[in-house]
Design a protein around this ligand. Sequence first.
Ligand code: FAD
Length: 432
Amino acid sequence: MITLNESACCYCGGCVSICPVDALFLDETRLRIAERCTECGLCIQACPVGALSLAPVDRALAPGLPARSAYDVVVVGAGPGGAVAAREAAKRGLSVLLVEKRQEIGSPVRCAEGLAREPLERFLGVDPRWIAARVTKAEIVARGNGREERRAYEGGEGFILERRVFDRALAETAAQAGAEVRVKVAAVGLVQEGSRTVGVRLRDASGAEREVACQVVIAADGVESQVGRWAGLRTLLRLRDAMSCAQYLLAGVDVDPACCGYWISEEIAPGGYAWVFPKGEGRANVGLGIQADLTQEPALAFLHRFIEGEPALSQGVPVTLIMGVVPVALPPSRFVADGLLLVGDAARQVDPLTGGGIANAMEAGALAAHAAAEAIAARDTSAARLAAYEGAWREGTGQRMAKRYHLREKFPPAERVSPGFLRIFGVAVGGK
Ligand code: FAD
């Protein structure tokens, strides 16, 4: 019987084209093998990564695991938080390994791609290669209690990114600074001595595993973070702190190319909001997030209704569908442990009002790298020493985020069309 190593499969579709009996089928990113397979073995030869085999015979794969067995710092996850952490740690002269479980950094995108000018300039630079549109205006449409209110803002400057390009470019800066970057390599566990993290267990596409020793792990493994839990940190997300999101990239829409639109309405997006972010050339990211505990209906159903109800959008052609969950929570009570720091979505450092997390993840990545470097230099990577990072976050941006969390709590969904909430939300989305 032909067997598939799912983690190795790169879903290129080559095997499907070669199969003489139509027994292979690529279901988006999952390869299926039908019973009519005759085990002719042609697909095994065609597979560029050796993901198919005639059990129990296994084909050797080119190893994806790093050659070295020890680093100063291992960063898990090459999103904005992990890439900046890896770069800043490498810049401080530390040996750094950055591992990403996906085969392509930045893909699939799980983001509406909005970012203000300041963090973009600070962490990567303003470059047309990763910018789809420049925005200078915002409009908030609030619907509720039988009336509609529109608020327009001008003056703030931001960008709608091409995250696919942006994330990769950030990771490239980490590599240029000296970090070793490995894709399709997942962290699957921690190596611990007592409560102290002293390394990471990695698995490559072939399924081969190796332990890599390090002084500090920076876990930037996103909303689905597991690394913190492995270290005993309490990162479980409450349903009410989870924004369940769906978004289409629509082509052929008639929207202001310099204006980000926000719709606040219990009917359109309970507990959250809908957005229209222009991406230039008549395209826009059109999506919404709903508070996951408020309704049984999936976000995608709300999105379809929203688009159908807006004439400027309903003519649009969906060219990409994106799903995701945004953690709009307070960070866990601890987000450092002995030899380990959590960064970005993994530490729930997202703006609880807007759901924006790119800038915060990059800032936290830089702070974490700084704290890790100081701790390594002092030969003390205990949680007590790494708590300098936790303190820096909580006293700075974290304080503003915590205030926003409590403001969100103060205004229940039905009251988010009130002038008080709209004023706060206007400031959060960059209105003056
Ligand atoms: P991520 O970008 O999620 O990166 C984590 C990485 O870790 C991933 O690449 C993942 O594959 C990898 N990983 C996970 N586990 C492992 C493992 N075990 N081993 C190796 N690698 C692993 N923010 C904004 O600022 N502006 C927006 O407009 C915006 N819109 C959004 C719209 C939606 C629908 C969603 C879902 C989110 C949006 N966000 C937005 C939030 C933003 O995308 C995140 O806050 C941001 O990407 C967080 O960066 P990060 O580096 O912490 O995590």
